[in-house]
Ligand binder design. Structure first.
Ligand code: AMP
Length: 311
């Protein structure tokens, strides 16, 4: 099958999780989360997404039904004996920074991804946050080099799997990463220096996410600043980065272009989806959006960043 015939536009691999989360707005003991989950639901509003991942025998059928209700292809989401990946985190003093209290890989510890033809021919690939060795396996299993490959990561993997992560970053077109993690990865304290160090590692685009301060896209010979939406109340920042990535990649796959103009718009679509993610716990807001909610919030961004040229 050529990628033109493939109905699957984006393939994503990454964590599918139950999270225990505490924020200044409250506490949840076990909510559906995971990088691939947030990514897929956000991207599903723009294009056809397929997930590669694993859940345990504790995974709630209602969560499967929610993913299916978004037309997400979950044929690559395997159910294994054992427990679903579990992350415990809190955002207390600084709402922009998650403090990890516990990470249990559980069924992800021994997961071997298997890709169908449709998966292996997807033209866009997002390697969401998970062990970089697993991200590399999925990249290697693609039948053709996708038009665009992007990845995300976090401090745990920089700490324990840096060689594999560096190899992966040398092979992707775009890295999406939090500010603190970009600094940790490169050893640079200054954002543009961190971005150019990342460019030196391979990717032609780097998106540095800065929580309530928005995201900056460093592309080939340009950079672009996407603000965060000025919400009065952030309930739960979990998944903001993955929802940004879902909007960003979902939009690029839907227009099937990765030029400068599309990348700029994609960064605003990403900020739009991130703004919904933080308005409620977990996926509670993101899973119930309409296309007009998204269009309205996108227009609010256009207004937020509109200004006249100097005369
Ligand atoms: P973010 O979009 O950065 O807020 O990502 C939030 C999601 O990342 C949570 O739902 C967690 O389940 C997941 N997560 C946390 N730690 C890890 C990890 N080490 N590897 C993969 N996913 C993780």
């Amino acid at each position: 099958m050529s990628s033109g015939d493939n109905i699957l536009k984006i393939l994503v691999v990454g964590s599918v999780a139950y999270d225990a989360v505490e924020t200044p707005a409250g506490k949840r003991e076990s909510q559906l989360g995971g990088a691939a989950t947030y990514f897929s639901v956000a991207a599903s509003y723009f294009t056809e997404v397929g997930m590669i991942g694993v859940v345990g025998d504790d995974f709630d059928p209602a969560d499967i039904a929610m993913l299916e209700s978004h037309d997400i292809d979950i044929s690559g989401l395997i159910k294994a004996d054992g427990k679903t990946f579990r992350w415990t985190g809190e955002y207390m003093e600084d709402i922009n920074t998650a403090v990890t209290l516990d990470t249990q890989l559980n069924v992800f510890g021994s997961f071997e991804p298997e890709l169908s033809d449709a998966h292996a021919n997807a033209p866009y690939l997002f390697l969401a946050n998970i062990d970089p060795n697993l991200q590399l396996k999925v990249l290697d299993a693609m039948a053709n080099r996708p038009k665009m490959v992007a990845n995300d990561t976090m401090n745990l993997w920089i700490d324990i799997a840096k060689p594999a992560l560096s190899e992966l970053i040398s092979k992707v077109d775009a890295l999406l990463i939090n500010e603190e993690e970009a600094k940790q990865l490169t050893g640079e304290d200054h954002l543009p220096d961190a971005a150019s160090a990342i460019t030196g590692m391979g990717p032609s685009s780097t998106v540095i996410k800065r929580g309530e301060y928005g995201a900056t896209l460093f592309g080939e010979n340009f950079s672009f600043a996407a603000p965060a939406y000025p919400l009065e109340r952030v309930v739960d920042p979990t998944g903001a980065g993955d929802s940004f990535a879902g909007g960003f990649m979902g939009y690029l796959a839907s227009v099937d272009k990765v030029d400068q103009e599309s990348l700029r718009t994609a960064a605003i679509v990403g900020s739009t989806m991130a703004s919904f993610a933080v308005e409620d716990f977990g996926l509670d807001r993101t899973k119930n959006l309409t296309h007009s909610d998204i269009a309205e919030r996108f227009e609010a961004f256009v207004d937020l960043t509109r200004f006249n040229p100097l005369t």
